[in-house]
Design a protein around this ligand. Structure first.
Ligand code: PMP
Length: 371
């Protein structure tokens, strides 16, 4: 099959994948490495899939520089599933603290209430989720079993540029981060993290795989009501094979980890290289928006997401024309989330700088012809 260049896809997730990964998965589709089987047809307990899974785990460990005292779990249930699974595993019947910075952390706090006392330690709702509450103002409970943040709010386009240092805030609770929408876009400071979770479908692979990275000492605390298949200790002890894992998702994410490990920018490799590219893409897009009087982004400059860029046409009556023209120009899925409106460009790792350049050219031309 011959194909022309593919359109640039700005979906928030499931999102664009590196083309090389899609091609590799396509060429392996009917017969993975001479095994006579598609990866989808393999027993998860066979030697072929065993090799795929342990390679994927080793590669994400290298990619994200995950220390040895953290377990990497391949699970199912997505970010929203983790909103219940985390409190069932970590709360021990005590309270947990939540920092609300947008829709996803708000959902996490609401769901956790079903399993534990879920305190709101801080919220930026009064700014319509456009700035981050200063960690110095967080009301952390002394006995919190963990502190939850969403380190990148996909809908509101807010990102922690640095993870909070809970110890410096006088808390010894583990920090839980929902890194669904910026995992592998920048390094993670594991010294500050107890547990990280995220669905794969934005930066790592297809929907259906959930990645949980959890510090060793946090295993074995699950409430009795926690389903065995979602007990982190059980999952860790069975190397993510207590029940059938999402084999296809692990395989494609594994190809993505290898692709990411191969990326370079000057001396930098892997996630450090991706971070430089992501900074360049974000600077180009925000710089253009800020310089224009036709478009705007409302998020405070110090916490703008490098991955999800919500923006508005000041004249919203032009929205439909903007989206139709974008589709025609090969720029897909730019419509903003319904709760925020306007537009959103998600520019994950798989989006090349050329895609953001094409978007900015289109925006400039649309402004010229409609201002
Ligand atoms: N957290 C964040 C930050 C997200 O962006 C999303 C999905 N958009 C979720 C959680 C929910 O994930 P899932 O749909 O995989 O349950």
């Amino acid at each position: 099959m011959t194909q022309g260049p593919r359109p640039y896809n700005f979906s928030a997730g499931p999102a664009a994948m590196p083309e090389a990964v899609l091609q590799r998965a396509a060429s392996d589709m009917l017969d993975w490495q001479g095994s006579g089987m598609s990866v989808m047809e393999m027993s998860h307990r066979g030697k072929e899939f065993g090799a795929i899974c342990s390679q994927a785990e080793a590669d994400i460990r290298t990619l994200l520089a995950v220390p040895a005292h953290f377990h990497i779990l391949f699970m199912q249930g997505g970010g929203l599933g983790e909103n219940a699974i985390v409190p069932m595993n970590l709360s021990r019947g005590a309270g947990a603290d939540f920092v609300i910075t947008g829709s996803w952390s708000a959902k996490s706090q609401k769901e956790a209430q079903r399993y534990c006392k879920a305190n709101v330690a801080a919220s930026n709702a009064d700014s319509q989720h456009t700035r981050l509450p200063d960690p110095a103002t967080w009301q952390l409970a002394r006995d919190a079993s963990y502190v939850h943040i969403c380190s990148n709010e996909t809908i509101h386009g807010i990102e922690f540029q640095e993870l909070p240092d809970l110890a410096a805030l006088g808390s010894d609770a583990p920090l839980v981060i929902d890194f669904s929408s910026h995992v592998a876009s920048r390094p993670v400071d594991w010294r500050r993290v107890g547990l990280a979770f995220g669905g794969a479908q934005k930066n790592l692979g297809p929907a259906g795989l959930t990645i949980v990275i959890v510090r060793d000492d946090l295993l074995g605390r699950a409430l009795d009501i926690c389903p065995t298949a979602f007990n982190y200790k059980t999952v860790a002890e069975n190397k993510s094979m207590y029940n059938t894992p999402p084999t296809w998702g692990i395989y494609v994410a594994g190809l993505t980890f290898q692709w990411l490990l191969q990326q370079t920018e000057g001396e930098l490799r892997g996630v450090e290289a991706m971070e430089q590219r992501n900074i360049a893409k974000a600077q180009l897009l925000y710089g253009f928006i800020d310089a224009s009087s036709f478009y705007e982004n409302k998020v405070a400059a110090n916490c703008r997401s490098r991955m999800n860029v919500p923006f508005f046409l000041k004249d919203e009556s032009r929205n439909e024309a903007f989206l139709a023209g974008a589709r025609e120009a090969g720029l897909l899925q730019l419509k903003g989330h319904k709760s925020v409106g306007g537009m959103r460009a998600s520019i994950y790792n798989a989006m090349p700088l050329a895609g953001v350049q094409a978007l900015v050219s289109y925006m400039r031309e649309f402004e010229r012809s409609h201002a």
